[in-house]
Design a protein around this ligand. Structure first.
Ligand code: IMP
Length: 422
């Protein structure tokens, strides 16, 4: 039995929460491998909507074990709130959630540094969720971080005070005004709460599960185009959102990886700053936003919307080794007369290419589109691929042929039930 990886192929918000929840009955273990509370994985079932930020999306399935891997950065206050909310909904996470000792802790001052850094960047700002993600990963790589396991050590308070002091020095130099009192109190309370949870050496746990032939799904956050190495740098997040991140973020070897499931929306969205070649900053984008309810699950920000970008999708498929595609939110396009899909970029010198330039930030590309006829009907109640309108089937086949990977699942709505397997 091998580990399957599920990840987003665009700029995040592809619908990973829904799919992990949908697929969870096929797996005994669901493990998050990177990111933190910048993520917002939305699940809808039995008429209720749930948003998870740090907890793996298998948590609602009582038979599934959930792991928060070492690759994450954790906001203890947000985690406590998430767990309390789940408890009020009848989910006792202590039964089936394990948190890696080696995950890093987001301190209240990391969040201040994130906000201060964005302010200093002015119109060059990343559009960060300001959840402290970048500064925490920076401390991790700079070997100054505090890990979850540290909260159990006798010198935790000392370590915390030292790290906080070093952050405050920077904040002072940047002349950033703040009041830490309330956030710090909540943080320290949450750290005490965290000590009551099942903290573990999750790399051993997951490798034991592998030896026991358990089926495991590694759940990514954000999307490939926000990857720290391969995304539209510097407008990216601070972790490896790609397949490789699942290995380092959980402590598993490449030989254990089986299928790589890549999720994409039938169009594109992006939240925050940075290049977006197929963006429709016009009534088309607005229509997609309204129908698709494209507002951030974490920050409530408006998502930028545009047409599907195949050069970017192919790139994401390549660096992730995607073996199966899952297409989300097809229903959002139900009322469009025409749909455009970008197949190539035209560069400034007139060259046509389907490869991403070194930097989308510094290289102007003009999307070249192929136009499709819309299907113009509701997909309500459709349960099989053969029931889908012929125009949608053509749209699906075109994408498959162009990118060379089969689309195995088509999502036609937010609910678990609005899912078609092909
Ligand atoms: P950060 O990860 O909060 O530092 O944000 C860096 C960039 O990634 C910003 O453009 C964010 O809007 C974007 N981002 C971070 N997390 C998500 C996510 O879960 N979905 C979509 N965009 C995200």
């Amino acid at each position: 039995m091998s580990v399957h990886i599920l990840l987003g192929l665009q700029w995040g918000d592809e619908g990973k929460g829904k799919i992990v929840d949908f697929l969870a009955p096929n797996y005994e273990v669901v493990a998050r491998f990177q990111g933190g509370p910048n993520a917002g994985h939305t699940l809808v079932f039995e008429g209720n909507k749930y948003v998870l930020h740090q907890i793996p999306s298998g948590i609602f399935r009582p038979d599934v074990k959930n792991i928060i891997g070492n690759g994450l950065v954790i906001d203890a206050t947000v985690l406590k709130q998430e767990i309390e909310k789940l408890a009020s909904q009848g989910v006792d996470v202590k039964q089936n959630l394990y948190i890696s000792h080696k995950a890093h802790l987001i301190l209240p001052t990391h969040k201040l540094l994130d906000t201060a850094s964005e302010q200093r960047k002015g119109d060059q700002k990343i559009g960060s969720t300001q959840r402290g993600i970048g500064p925490t990963y920076k401390d991790k790589v700079g070997r100054n971080g505090i890990r979850i396991g540290d909260i159990l050590l006798p010198n935790f308070q000392e370590k915390y005070a030292q790290t906080k002091a070093s952050h405050e020095e920077i904040l002072k130099e940047w002349k950033f005004e703040y009041n830490l009192e309330e956030a710090e109190k909540a943080f320290l309370d949450a750290v005490d709460f965290l000590k009551t949870l099942p903290l573990a050496d999750t790399e051993y746990l997951i490798n034991d599960y592998i030896s026991q032939q358990k089926s495991i799904l590694a759940e990514g956050a954000q999307g490939a185009l926000l990857d720290i190495d391969f995304g539209s740098y510097p407008f990216v997040t601070s972790s490896n959102t790609t397949s490789a991140g699942a290995l380092t973020g959980l402590g598993i070897a490449p030989k254990h990886i089986g299928e790589v499931l890549g999720i994409f929306k039938a169009y594109c969205t992006r939240v925050g700053s940075g290049p977006f070649p197929t963006e429709q900053d016009n009534e088309i984008g607005e229509k997609i936003r309204q129908i698709g309810m494209e507002f951030g699950a974490t920050t409530g920000r408006k998502r930028r919307c545009g047409w599907l970008d195949l050069p970017a999708l192919k790139y994401a498929i390549m660096i992730n080794g995607v073996s199966q595609l899952l297409m989300m939110k097809a229903d959002v396009l139900n009322t469009f007369e025409e749909l455009l899909v970008c197949t190539h970029y035209e560069l400034a010198d007139g060259t046509k290419t389907d490869r991403l330039p070194y930097s989308l930030v510094d290289t102007a590309v003009k999307p070249i589109y192929k136009t499709f006829k819309g299907w113009n009907c509701s997909l309500e109640g459709m349960q099989t691929f053969s029931q889908l309108p012929k125009q949608l089937a053509e749209y699906v086949h075109f994408i498959e042929e162009n990118v060379g990977v089969p689309i195995k699942l088509i999502s036609t709505g937010a609910d678990r039930n609005q899912t078609i397997l092909k």
